[in-house]
Design a protein around this ligand. Structure first.
Ligand code: ATP
Ligand code: MG
Length: 393
C-alpha cells in the first residue's frame, strides 16, 4: 500500500499575498529535513502539502518524527493512497489501513471531503457507504458523530483518493527563514537553547554567537554548546555558530573595572559585540535567554543597562517565564540533559561577590569608557571562529 504524508500549514494562511512565498520556504524546509531519508515529491494545494516518498523502503516513522519538528505545520496525517480513485478502492483500503485504530476503538465516524467534483458519489454518500462497510467488518464498533474515538477521513482529490485517521499535532509556528535572521547569544545553560527554539518558531533563521574564555573555559564547554545547537537545529535548521575569543576582554574587565560592575559590563560587551556580528551577518535582531529577576543581571535596572549597549531590537522570549516552565520546554526539545552537564561558562569566570542589582547607567558607561575596550573588541572580531551546525541525525 502506498502511503503519503498530508500536512496542514498553519498561520501561513493568514499571510495573504505572501502566502506563496511562505509556502515555498516551508516546502524547502521540509525537503531539507527529509533529505537524509531519500527522495520525496512535495506538492501543495488548498493549504495542504502532500509529501510522497519516491522509493518503496522509505522510513515513514522517521519522516513523521521529522515533520513534527518543522515550524509552520499545524497538523499532519499519514495516509494511504487508494489504488484507484473509485469507491470500491476506498472501501477496500480504509478498513484494512486503519485496522489497528479501529480495533482499539469503541466508536467511530467517517468524514469525507470531495474536492474532485467528478467523483460519482457525494460526501454524505461516501460516509454512509464506508460507515456501513466498517461496521460489518468490525461489529464491536458503534457510530458516534459527536465524540468518536476514531474519525476515518476520506479525501477525494484531483491526484487520487486517500484515507487516514485523526491528524497529529505539528510543531506550529511560522516557517524558519520567513521572518528574517537574528543572532542568538548562546551559552551552555538551560535558557538560551530554549530561547533559540522559541524564536526559530516565530520564523527566524539563527546565527549563534558564543563567548569563550579559554583557559578559564574549556574546549569541552564549547563542544557542549555545539551539541546544544545540534539539538536546536533539529527545529531551527542549519545554524552558523560564531565563537568569540573573550578572554582578554574579561581579563581587562577584571583588572580595570569596579568589581560590582563586572557582570553588567560583561553583559554590555556581549551585546555590543553580538550586534556588530549581527550586522556583518545580515541579522536584524538579538535574542537572549534572560528571564526577569532570575539573577542579579536580569533585574529591570540591569536589563536597562544591558539594552542600552545595542540599538538593535532584543528579543527575550523567556522574560516572563518561570524556571520550571523553561525546563519543561528544554525537556521537550531534548536539550535539558546536555545543558546540565557541569562545564564552566564565561559568565561564571570572575563573578563579583556582590553584583549591583540596581546599576546606574551613567556610572556603568563611565567605568566602561575609562577601561577602553575598543581595541580588544576589534581584536576579538578579527579572530572569530565559525562552525556550521547541522542536526546530527
Ligand atoms: P543560560 O541558561 O542561557 O546560560 P542564565 O540564566 O544562566 O542563561 P546568564 O548566564 O546571566 O543567564 O546569561 C543570560 C543570557 O546571556 C543567556 O541566556 C545568553 O543569551 C547570554 N549568554 C550568557 N553567557 C553567554 C556566552 N558565554 N556566550 C553567549 N551568550 C551568553
Ligand atoms: Mg548562563
Amino acid at each position: 500500500m502506498k502511503e503519503i504524508l498530508l500536512l496542514k500549514d498553519g498561520e501561513i494562511v493568514l499571510k495573504g499575498l505572501n502566502r506563496r512565498q511562505f509556502e515555498d520556504v516551508l516546502k524547502k524546509n521540509i525537503r531539507t529535513t527529509l533529505q537524509p531519508l531519500g527522495r520525496f515529491e512535495i506538492t501543495s494545494a488548498q493549504s495542504t502539502i502532500c509529501v510522497r516518498p519516491l522509493s518503496e523502503d522509505t522510513d515513514l516513522d522517521e519522516a513523521c518524527e521529522r515533520i513534527g519538528r518543522v515550524f509552520g505545520i499545524v497538523s499532519y496525517s499519514r495516509a494511504a493512497l487508494c489504488e484507484e480513485k473509485t469507491m470500491a478502492s476506498v472501501l477496500e483500503t480504509a478498513p484494512a489501513y486503519l485496522e489497528k485504530q479501529l480495533r482499539a476503538a469503541k466508536t467511530f465516524k467517517v468524514e469525507a471531503k470531495r474536492s474532485d467534483k467528478k467523483f460519482p458519489l457525494k460526501s454524505p454518500e461516501i460516509c454512509r457507504e464506508l460507515g456501513g462497510t466498517i461496521l460489518s467488518r468490525y461489529p464491536h464498533l458503534r457510530v458516534d458523530v459527536h465524540h468518536p474515538d476514531v474519525t476515518v477521513y476520506v479525501e477525494i482529490r484531483d491526484f487520487g483518493a486517500y484515507v487516514h485517521a485523526d491528524p497529529i499535532r505539528g510543531a506550529g509556528g511560522i516557517p524558519v527563514g520567513t521572518g528574517g535572521k537574528a543572532v542568538i547569544l548562546i551559552s551552555g545553560g538551560i535558557d538560551s537553547p530554549v530561547a533559540a527554539y522559541m524564536m526559530a518558531k516565530r520564523g527566524l533563521r539563527l546565527t549563534a554567537v558564543h563567548f569563550a574564555s579559554p583557559p578559564y573555559t574549556s574546549l569541552r564547554a564549547e563542544e557542549k554548546v555545539v551539541r546544544l545547537l545540534q539539538k536546536v537545529s533539529r527545529y531551527a535548521g542549519p545554524i552558523k555558530m560564531i565563537t568569540v575569543p573573550f578572554t582578554k576582554l574579561q581579563e581587562k574587565l577584571r583588572d580595570d573595572c569596579p568589581e560590582e560592575l563586572f557582570t553588567i559590563i560583561m553583559r554590555r560587551l556581549m551585546m555590543e559585540i553580538s550586534q556588530r556580528i549581527a550586522r556583518d551577518n545580515d541579522c536584524a535582531a538579538l535574542i537572549t535567554g534572560e528571564s526577569l529577576g532570575q539573577v542579579a543581571s536580569q533585574t529591570i535596572g540591569a536589563l536597562n543597562c544591558t539594552d542600552e549597549a545595542a540599538d538593535m531590537v532584543v528579543f527575550r522570549p523567556l522574560i516572563g517565564m518561570d524556571k520550571q516552565e523553561i525546563i519543561d520546554i528544554s525537556y521537550k526539545i531534548d536539550t535539558y540533559e546536555t545543558s546540565i552537564e557541569p562545564y564552566e561558562d564565561c559568565c561564571t569566570v570572575f563573578t563579583p561577590r556582590h553584583p549591583r542589582t540596581k546599576p546606574i547607567l551613567k556610572f556603568v558607561k563611565e567605568a566602561q569608557q575609562r577601561a577602553g575596550f575598543e581595541p580588544l573588541i576589534e581584536e576579538a572580531l578579527q579572530n572569530l571562529k565559525i562552525t556550521q551546525i547541522q542536526s546530527e541525525d
